[in-house]
Design a protein around this ligand. Structure first.
Ligand code: NAP
Length: 263
């Protein structure tokens, strides 16, 4: 259950708000009474997502920018704040998946710059306002892939491990100032980022169910949200194995495909 009293009137900014988990979170927050600001690179899906939220009776604005570009993220957040009010809740969901085997340094840097850099840039843009108001919630979508290394995924796993460590540290500094930090560690969620092979493999969570868990966890001020339970349990188990055994178990795991590239 999402605590109903938390969301009405809140100003919520979601990066990656035009697709997948970010879009489902934005829709859910708007349906619960929040004013949402969507942020991503491509204008057409941002426009379509905002129009759909408004058509359902919600309040939605959007701004286009690359989350890897810190000054542009700061400008986009300032623009959304002028239209929606100071950010009460920020959700860093923008992300990409690219294979890391064979390893290409430029592609790896792109993955880390968007997945980790994007989370850090959003935090840097919204935290000053939250700290001055003495309240706020910051949520980053990491991944269970940040807990264990996976074949073909060195850069993606590193980017998510960085998000986990970054938010774990930020939480210590921000909580005494009234800002709660939530780390989300999903398994596989049914979005355009995953392939049909992953869909068929089972254990896939719908984006709507993922959003429900995230919105409920943010409203409750949870430090971490893991789902689904079975994948979370397997990841914790793998982490606890001796490294040589963990490598033998994980080496044969199917590789993930790359997420779609923007036009
Ligand atoms: N799906 C899963 O199984 C799964 C599991 C664990 C964690 N996650 C994480 O959850 C988050 C959301 O993934 P998803 O599955 O919802 O993916 P998705 O459906 O592919 O959506 C990705 C979103 O991020 C935006 N984006 C990508 N690069 C960007 C950039 N440089 N600047 C601004 N926006 C950017 C995309 O819009 P534009 O391309 O137009 O910019 C889109 O709105 C990601 O961080 C992902 O790593 C996903």
């Amino acid at each position: 259950m999402i605590p109903q009293s938390f969301w009405p009137g809140k100003s919520v900014v979601v990066t990656g708000g035009s697709s997948g988990i970010g879009l489902a979170v934005a829709r859910g927050a708007a349906a619960a009474g929040a004013r949402v600001g969507l942020l991503a690179r491509t204008e057409t899906p941002l426009e379509a997502a905002s129009a759909a939220i408004r058509a359902a009776g919600g309040v939605a604005e959007w701004a286009a920018c690359d989350v890897g570009d810190a000054p542009r993220v700061a400008d986009a957040v300032a623009d959304l704040e002028r239209r929606l009010g100071g950010v009460d809740v920020a959700v860093a969901s923008a992300g990409i998946h690219r294979t890391s085997w064979p390893l290409d340094a430029r592609t790896a840097a792109e993955v880390i710059g968007i997945n980790f850099g994007g989370c850090m840039n959003l935090a840097a843009a919204v935290l000053p306002g939250m700290l001055s108001r003495g309240r706020g919630r910051f949520c980053g979508i990491a991944s269970i892939a940040g807990v264990v290394g996976l074949p073909g995924n060195a850069a993606y796993c590193a980017s998510k491990a960085a998000v986990i460590a970054f938010l774990e540290s930020l939480r210590l500094d921000a909580a005494p100032a009234g800002v709660l930090v939530t780390t989300v560690l999903p398994g596989v969620v049914d979005t355009p980022m995953i392939t049909d092979a992953e869909r068929r493999a089972g254990g896939v969570v719908s984006a709507a169910d993922a959003a429900h868990a995230i919105l409920s966890g943010i409203a409750r001020g949870r430090p971490e949200i893991w789902f689904p339970r079975r994948t979370a349990m397997l990841a914790r188990l793998a982490r606890s194995l001796p490294p040589a055994i963990r490598d033998a178990v994980l080496r044969g795991r199917p590789r993930l495909e790359e997420s779609p590239r923007p036009p």
